[in-house]
Write a protein that binds this ligand. Structure first.
Ligand SMILES: *[C@@H]1O[C@H](CO)[C@@H](O)[C@H](O)[C@H]1NC(C)=O
Length: 360
């Protein structure tokens, strides 16, 4: 359960992969990393940097008989929703997909909605003692590789970018596979207006109150009964809420993996604030696999420092919480795609379960 039993400590890797050559893992100040590991379809690299007082990003890689599952959860308002998602979304996905139909867009969507329902019932149970849970939420980006198909499901503004070989001169293209749902994007504003035809203020009005149009949690914007005291007045929406403002239904795309698809970069919004898709792909492409995720985070931090006309070495000395003025929590997972392994199917790979999550 969330709440009283939840002692916020720190991020930790919880690997279970029985891999001796798990690659270097460690931390440098607020940065934690796993330079290199193996999943069923090749190598991976993973890193997270904390900026908030309490880390709000959570992430995981799971691989097993169903294939490979990657999750990046970018919490807002606190870590609780992202933490809940990290504890439940994969399990729900596994339970729902274990039936005869296997992995489909529908089973992935149902896993999201089951997770949303579970979190909403916790908010309901704890409403009298922990009403702030009604105002926390999480963006969720999930990638599933199953039978040579990649499924990408997303709520919010995390992003996955594919590095794909093109031409015969060693060129590589950066292809964004996820849709984003952030009210600073015109198509998202349009979508909100279409969903709420009777509320012309829907986008303008909420400007500055929230940024993403889809999430797990944020139940005060989904159910009118939580849009009231005792939640903090700054969250409360004065207009009547005839239907949910936010949705937990992910956008899902499928991508048949091609032998030229080299790697996937999954990252929370904090990375993409400072690094373009092309730059990120170029960095991964032009260096060894080991340390890729950490290298991307460092490139983003260098850019964040440059924007503020400060030295990277000075930025590194700024502690969490104050750091948030310079950049957000950033999570990066790079999956390298070994098509020999992927075409053989994942049942042969070792089971893997690795998480960067708050300790219980
Ligand atoms: C795949 O990569 C090779 C070598 O880089 C290239 O010649 C070919 O055009 C690529 N195929 C596609 C479909 O992109």
């Amino acid at each position: 359960m969330l709440g009283a039993s939840m002692k916020l400590i720190s991020c930790c890797w919880k690997p279970f992969d029985g891999n001796a050559d798990a690659g270097r893992e460690g931390r440098e100040g607020l940065l934690r990393f796993r330079d290199l590991g193996r999943y069923a379809g090749g190598d991976f690299s993973m890193a997270v940097i904390q900026a908030n007082q309490v880390l709000e990003d959570q992430s995981q890689i799971e691989s097993g008989p169903f294939g490979t599952f990657v999750g990046v959860y970018d919490g807002h308002g606190g870590p609780d929703a992202a933490r809940y998602v990290c504890d439940h979304l994969f399990r729900n996905f596994r339970d729902i997909s274990s039936g005869a139909q296997g992995v489909t867009c529908d089973t992935i969507q149902r896993a999201f909605l089951t997770t949303e329902d579970g979190f909403t019932s916790i908010v309901s149970d704890l409403w009298t003692t922990q009403p702030h849970l009604a105002t926390v939420g999480s963006c969720c980006l999930v990638g599933v590789i199953c039978q040579q198909t990649l499924y990408v499901a997303s709520l919010g503004d995390s992003r996955v970018v594919l590095g794909k070989k093109v031409g015969n001169t060693g060129g590589i293209a950066a292809i964004q596979l996820s849709n984003e749902h952030n009210a600073n994007l015109e198509p998202v504003r349009q979508e909100l207006k279409e969903l709420h035809p009777n509320d012309p203020q829907i986008v303008v009005l909420k400007h500055g109150v929230w940024r993403v149009s889809r999430s797990i949690g944020d139940v005060y914007m989904k159910h009118a009964k939580y849009n009231r005291e005792p939640i903090n007045a700054k969250f409360r929406i004065s207009e009547p809420m005839n239907k949910p403002i936010l949705t937990a239904t992910p956008s899902i795309v499928t991508h048949p993996l091609h032998p030229n698809d080299s790697f996937l970069i999954f990252a929370s919004d904090g990375l993409w604030e400072h690094l373009s898709n092309e730059k990120a792909v170029e960095i991964v492409q032009s260096h060894p696999h080991a340390g890729s995720a950490k290298r991307l985070i460092k490139a983003a931090l260098q850019e964040a420092a440059r924007k503020r006309e400060m030295r990277y070495s000075d930025l590194r000395r700024i502690d969490k919480k104050v750091r948030r003025h310079f950049h957000d929590d950033i999570t990066v997972i790079v999956l390298f795609l070994n098509h020999d392994l992927i075409s053989r199917g994942s049942i042969q790979g070792p089971p893997l379960s690795i998480r960067c999550a708050l300790e219980h």
